[in-house]
Write a protein that binds this ligand. Structure first.
Ligand code: B12
Length: 804
């Protein structure tokens, strides 16, 4: 099916998707010990029955049963090499049953391994894994693709890129969010929507999760920034185990009532996930049947950029957005040295400082003579992607640098920049289109500066025209007003103001490299401040500037207030800096200034996740006579406790937790041998962790293991799908005091009891604590577990209490 045809369908009317498969097949006898895809293939009648049910209920699209049929996930069942065969056959089965009455979407789900920093795979490894799946689904005859149940935006992006680089079929995307309203990695619904629609998805939304009621706010956030139809495919909540049966508490009536609210929030593609069946889909059909709908969203012209976690949305009237300019090695010897030796401490610090100081975007320039700019830029972007929440602006004069970096950037970036040069145009515009980012148009013709404003405006016209020929719209670019130095061009100030006016009248976003105006002059900040106030009067959207300059920032906030760009004065009041610096109340992932401790670089490095440089700092302090024990007890442990509390409050997400834990681990690994010398005993309580047999969900178990080890437990992690004998053998071998069991499914949580029974026989003194989405305190008591915890921090408290 062509993208246009699907888009026509999606824009004409409500579209109905299918319901759940996994739980339904479990009910038909699918055992958890077996690969679901293989079992389904061996029992085609079961799957066909579900398909027929959904088709009769009125579904427009059914999914192939291939959510977990990628090489990585199949390795759990030693079936990696069967991925192509399974996908091809399962796609053919769906096509055959559909017999052209409904569309078949090739289903692509998480790898199960995750992409760095949250998992083990490199981004390109994930792309390759998905490409194999896409190719096989194509052979099986699918009409479109669906990327679903993605909890990591990078996996969703890798799958989208794999589809785009393999075929022209359209794809739709649904992301799964936590109760907190963000993904495990911290991506907000709006940011996920922007990132995936920019990459070319025909519709974007959410699936699975915690039921249709808790999806309402997620859909609300997504709808606000959506330029494509919005999808909701919720489950019927998290199931409970009641008298040995899996029970989803939400009935069809309640499901449909909540679905109505989802439609009112802007959803136009709807279906169900686990816990829903053909009756639910029929009820949804009745809900949307005959309802008129046309997807004609008349949006104001607006630009949108996103990071891995958050986004910024602006329109032609938005002024005073600052692009932090300080990550640029030109003329900075120390930064050059660090970058050329692969050290990024200053980069991380400059990023944090600028974000804290109010930058909306961070410019990243790493052009160090003699260095491979593409690899350097990739590494810096990889590093900053999950440690700051502002979008990034990728700044390079070399057009070859962008593609590799755009592949790994987990959001919608800004490319800086393209000028009127054939080579740049031919390289940059196609990749801007492919990766769906925004680009800065720089009015230079080759390396020549325009002689006057007429010439400058003619170049801008030509660049805009060319951008449109490459399929970009006015929402995809920002024009650089080209700021010259007042020291060399006396008309420089007036010229920029004229260019801003000219662009505004054409409806184009504008930007100024503000600091250039004062180059070669004394008291540069004064000139920069005067310039920004004048520019804001003309409606400049962005200034590339140093947000740490109080004078410039205050001038900007004040002008916005005086020009009625900040009608209630709230931005001015919140941000203006008094002569004594006021700490910004803005939430910042990397630098919680208020939480950082003055003069405690060890503590601060853990808090900021600076694992590259922590050992150096520890060594320095040891040389100054600080004891290893005091460093651990008084600074490292409190720091990681603070990290845990930030994670619990949804201020930190998984990437920050991992980075801080790495910092802690590196420091402790270095200090521990010294502690032995100081003849202090460092025997840690051992905890054996496992996801029980039949269950391959391990993300929660991994987080609990990480946080427990941060709190002084020695973790023996046995992985997932682990049987009782293996667990008890490990307990005996490692003299463990606690067993931590995880299960995410009602069918597998029963197995926890078997582990407890065996433990009671072989090592009754050992304590067991349990957890996982479907597990409850009640269930823990029922099976005789000693403890239960709902999340990782709670798990630490429970584990510590079990040692008493
Ligand atoms: C991501 C996901 C997957 C991924 C897993 C990737 C991976 N490496 O883990 C993939 C796609 C592979 C997958 C597969 C399947 N999934 Co799934 N999946 C999910 C999903 C969306 C999120 C789970 C998750 O990682 N959450 C994030 C983590 C951080 O949360 P958590 O695990 O709950 O952990 C926290 C706490 O519970 C606690 N905790 C966890 N473990 C422990 C342990 C101890 C000792 C303690 C103290 C605390 C503790 O602390 C953690 C941190 O805060 C859930 C839905 C949901 N909302 O939970 C469905 C869900 C678990 N999956 C479900 C199903 C049905 C399946 C499949 C059968 C689907 C299929 N068609 O194949 C297969 C299962 C195959 C198998 N045999 O295991 C159902 C289970 C329903 C049921 N009957 O019980 C769920 C609940 C969806 C639903 N609503 O129906 N899934």
């Amino acid at each position: 099916m062509s993208k246009d045809k699907l888009n026509q369908l999606l824009q004409k009317r409500f579209v109905l998707l299918d319901g759940g498969y996994g739980t339904a097949l479990n009910g038909m006898g699918m055992p958890n010990s077996m690969c679901p895809e293989q079992w389904a293939l061996e029992h085609p009648e079961c799957l066909k029955k579900l398909y027929r049910g959904y088709m009769e209920a009125g579904a427009d699209i059914i999914y192939t049963f291939t959510l977990g049929a990628n090489q990585s996930k199949l390795s759990n069942y030693n079936l990696s090499s069967h991925d192509m065969e399974l996908n091809r056959k399962l796609a053919s089965l769906a096509k055959e049953t559909a017999s052209d009455q409904v569309l078949v979407a090739g289903d692509i789900g998480p790898t199960g391994s995750g992409i760095k920093p949250m998992g083990d795979l490199l981004f390109e490894e994930a792309v390759d894994i998905y490409k194999r799946q896409v190719k096989a689904l194509l052979v099986g005859g699918v009409d479109l693709f669906v990327i679903e149940t993605m909890i990591d935006i990078q996996e969703a992006r890798a799958a989208a890129i794999a589809i785009k680089e393999t075929c022209d079929l359209p794809f739709i995307v649904t992301i799964t969010f936590e109760k907190s309203g963000r993904t495990v990695g911290g991506t907000s619904p709006a940011s996920a929507m922007i990132t995936m629609q920019s990459l070319g998805a025909s519709a974007v939304g959410s699936n699975c999760g915690h039921g249709p009621d808790s999806m309402l706010e997620i859909i609300h956030q997504m709808s606000k920034v959506a330029t494509v139809p919005v999808i909701a495919k919720p489950n019927a909540g998290i199931p409970r185990l009641v008298n040995g049966h899996t029970v989803f508490d939400m009935n069809d009536h309640a499901f449909v009532t909540h679905s109505k609210n989802l439609l009112n929030e802007g959803v136009s593609v709807i279906g169900g996930c686990c816990g829903t069946d053909s009756k639910t889909i029929k009820a949804l059909y009745d809900l949307i049947k005959g309802k008129d709908r046309s997807f004609e969203k008349q949006e104001p012209k607006r630009g949108i950029l996103s990071s891995g976690t958050d986004c910024i949305v602006f329109d032609l009237t938005t002024t005073g957005l600052v692009i932090g300019e300080r990550i640029n090695p030109t003329g900075k010897k120390q930064l050059q040295e660090e970058l050329s030796s692969g050290r990024y401490q200053s980069v991380s610090e400059l990023a944090g400082i600028q974000q804290e100081a109010g930058a909306s975007i961070l410019d990243i320039n790493v052009a160090v003579p003699g260095c491979d700019e593409t690899s350097l830029m990739s590494e810096v972007v990889e590093k900053l992607s999950w440690s700051v929440n502002t979008p990034l602006c990728l700044d390079s004069a070399d057009p070859n640098v962008f593609e590799k970096v755009l592949r790994i950037y987990p959001g919608r970036a800004l490319v800086n920049s393209v000028s009127l040069e054939k080579e740049k145009i031919e390289k940059i515009f196609p990749i801007v289109k492919k990766y769906g980012c925004m680009v800065i148009l720089l009015p230079l013709s080759g390396s020549k500066l325009p002689k006057n404003n007429e010439e400058k405006h003619a170049i801008i016209q030509e660049l805009v025209q060319t951008a449109k020929e490459y399929g970009l719209s006015e929402q995809d670019f920002i024009v650089d007003a080209l700021t010259m130095s007042i020291a060399s061009v006396p008309k420089a100030g007036k010229d920029i103001l004229e260019t801003i006016e000219y662009c505004k009248s054409n409806g184009w976003f504008t930007l100024s490299g503000l600091s250039n105006i004062s180059f070669g002059m004394p008291e540069r900040k004064t000139l920069n401040t005067a310039m920004i106030t004048l520019c804001i009067q003309k409606g400049l959207n962005f200034a590339i500037a140093d947000p740490s300059s109080d004078l410039v920032m205050n001038g900007m906030y004040a002008t916005r207030l005086l020009m009625n760009d900040d009608p209630d004065g709230s931005s001015y009041i919140k941000n203006v800096r008094h002569s004594e610096r006021v700490v910004s109340s803005q939430k910042s992932v990397s630098h919680h200034k208020t939480l950082l401790k003055e003069n405690d670089d060890v503590y601060n490095r853990v808090l900021k996740g600076q694992f590259d440089s922590i050992v150096q700092q520890v060594q320095k302090e040891l040389e100054q006579g600080v004891s290893a024990e005091s460093m651990i007890q008084e600074r490292l442990i409190p720091a990681i406790q603070e990290v845990g509390s930030l994670y619990e409050k949804n201020i930190y997400y998984l990437p920050q937790l991992i980075a801080s834990s790495n910092a802690m681990k590196k420091a402790v690994d270095y200090l521990e041998p010294l502690l032995m010398k100081e003849s202090k005993s460092v025997q840690k309580p051992v905890c054996v962790m496992a996801t029980v047999k039949g269950d391959i969900h391990d993300i929660g178990k991994n987080i609990v293991s990480l946080v427990l080890s941060n709190h002084g437990f020695e973790i023996v992690d046995l992985g997932k799908d682990v049987d009782a004998n293996t667990i008890i053998d490990a307990v005996i071998k490692h003299h463990a005091r606690i067993i931590g069991l995880s299960a995410l499914m009602t069918v597998t949580m029963r197995y926890m009891k078997e582990v407890i029974n065996l433990k009671n026989k072989k090592c009754p003194h050992v304590k067991v604590m349990i957890g996982g989405a479907c597990v409850t305190l009640e269930y823990a008591k029922q099976i005789g577990a000693d403890g239960y915890a709902e999340n990782a921090n709670e798990a630490v408290r429970v584990a510590e209490s079990l040692l008493d």
